[in-house]
Design a protein around this ligand. Structure first.
Ligand code: SF4
Length: 487
């Protein structure tokens, strides 16, 4: 792509990101791409010439927030800033394209998640021509499961990543797979992000290496069903296990390697063996079960049974006794009975997740579940089941955290902790936490993350942010732990 020159004073861009880690990474790459062309980013929407909403369609609530934001932007544009450029990126653009511009005609740019490499050109055209610019892939119908090599356009965004010596975050996401072929009946992702596309392994290893060279300590590999990664090049096949081993061995200065999100079907022993044998690989799996009932799993088209899921948990624990699991559960899926709910309770008790995201089912238009099933579990029952599972999970998390009291654990210091670790004594002046910074104080409350993805708050020097330190756990709560730095 030829460089697009920005001749006037730099345009200010505000980007608002909704949804998952994949969207966070997309926003980061969009920002880097636009900055390289002279755009500047602001954290204040009112100062922006361009407002980008990187949207999520997985849950109704996320979409409602975007509709509200677009309503506010319509008023802003009408009353204060007629030149404001409004762009909708991501899954909602892909899914709701026509409806979005019908209801919100002030949208200037629509760009689907597979088309983000085209965004600079779209913005340029929108500003010059004052005409709406649209780039959507049209993944609207079910496609056969294909394992494709990364297409040029899709790969372009990831390859455009800029590597700067001034990078502040020591943690980074790296995409290895785009899209999804699973077609769970409740999910819009295969329609918005398209079929699975796997990136070449050498490009991934090179990206990780470059990030580590600029100081990154921890890389999280991203894919909708990350463990289904496979890349074929001529006669050579690189499996997910191969890829993990390559990164671990070929980038020895990488301190931590983890991956999200795993799919319970076809999780092979080879991957677990690489995890167990690689000291810098996090012993952690985010592996959504969605339900503990085989009947619900069948209706969700998840393609595995509870027995398969338990088998995987057992195989992982056999190799890595300290492994931590995180999960996702949907309550109130159509037809869910008390017995199905009880089966999900048993699953949570048996797996003992360190954390579990529990969601009430809400139908998404265009999905198979919305077409085939009646949303027949009353909302008060959904709420009660949600509460019941949250209480159960909170109790388990507290037990897991309490069992860690006294242990000395390595953490990456991510930033300043909002937790009240230090309780001020009467008469002691307490500074506003949010006003503190690494520069302004030498002793602050910090927040670190363990390789098992647990959070520990502790006191230490502000300049420890971004470093790997050892902390002794002293207290436990449901959500996190507190501790003291080991000198
Ligand atoms: S695996 Fe299922 S839930 Fe996950 S993104 Fe694919 S279709 Fe959606």
């Amino acid at each position: 792509m030829s460089a697009i020159e920005i001749k006037e004073s730099p345009k200010q861009v505000f980007i608002d990101t909704y949804g998952c880690q994949m969207n966070i990474l997309d926003s980061e790459l969009v920002q880097e791409q636009l900055q390289a062309l002279g755009y500047q980013f602001t954290s204040i929407a009112a100062d922006a010439d361009v407002v980008l909403l990187n949207t999520c369609s997985v849950r109704q609530l996320a979409e409602q927030k975007v509709w509200s934001q677009l309503g506010r932007l319509a008023i802003e544009k009408r009353e204060n800033n007629n030149d404001l450029v409004v762009g909708v990126l991501g899954c909602m653009a892909e899914r709701e394209g026509a409806e979005l511009v019908k209801r919100m005609p002030h949208i200037d740019v629509l760009c689907g998640p597979s088309e983000l490499d085209k965004l600079p050109g779209l913005l340029q055209n929108a500003m010059q021509n004052r005409q709406r610019q649209v780039a959507l892939s049209g993944h609207t119908s079910r496609r056969s499961a294909t394992l494709e090599k990364a297409e040029d356009g899709v790969e372009a965004l990831d390859l455009s990543r800029s590597f700067s010596a001034t990078r502040s975050s020591k943690q980074a996401y790296v995409r290895i797979t785009r899209g999804c072929n699973k077609f769970c009946t409740y999910c819009v992702v295969p329609y918005t992000r398209g079929p699975e596309v796997h990136r070449p392994p050498l490009a991934i290893v090179q990206e990780v290496r470059s990030l580590v060279e600029q100081g990154v300590l921890e890389v999280t590999l991203l894919g909708q069903t990350v463990n289904h990664y496979v890349f074929q090049d001529g006669g050579k096949t690189t499996s997910f296990a191969d890829l993990l081993a390559m990164i671990h061995d070929q980038v020895p200065d990488l301190q931590r390697l983890r991956f999200l999100t795993s799919y319970p079907r076809d999780f092979d022993d080879a991957t677990l063996d690489v995890m167990a044998a690689s000291p810098r690989m996090c012993k952690y799996l985010h592996i959504p079960a969605q339900s503990g009932s085989n009947e619900m799993l069948r209706k969700m088209n998840r393609g595995y049974t509870v027995e398969t899921y338990f088998g995987l948990i057992e195989r992982a624990r056999m190799r890595m006794p300290d492994i931590r699991f995180a999960g996702d559960i949907i309550v109130g899926f159509p037809g869910e009975t008390d017995a199905d709910h009880e089966a999900t309770r048993l699953l949570i008790q048996k797996v003992r997740y360190k954390s579990c995201y529990i969601f009430k089912y809400s139908p998404r238009s265009g999905t198979v579940a919305d077409r085939r099933f009646v949303d027949d579990v009353p909302d008060d029952v959904k709420k009660a089941r949600n509460r019941d599972l949250l209480d159960l999970q909170n109790g388990i998390a507290l037990e897991i955290h309490s069992a860690m009291i006294g242990q000395e654990i390595d953490v990456i210091v991510e930033g300043f902790s909002p937790l009240r670790v230090h309780r001020p004594q009467p008469g002691e002046v307490q500074l506003g936490w949010e006003k503190r910074s690494a520069e302004s104080t030498s002793h602050v409350r910090l927040m670190g993350r363990t390789q098992g993805d647990e959070i520990i708050a502790f006191e230490g020097s502000g300049d420890l942010v971004g470093k790997l330190v050892t902390v002794k756990v002293t207290e436990a709560t449901q959500l996190s732990m507190r501790g003291q730095m080991v000198p």
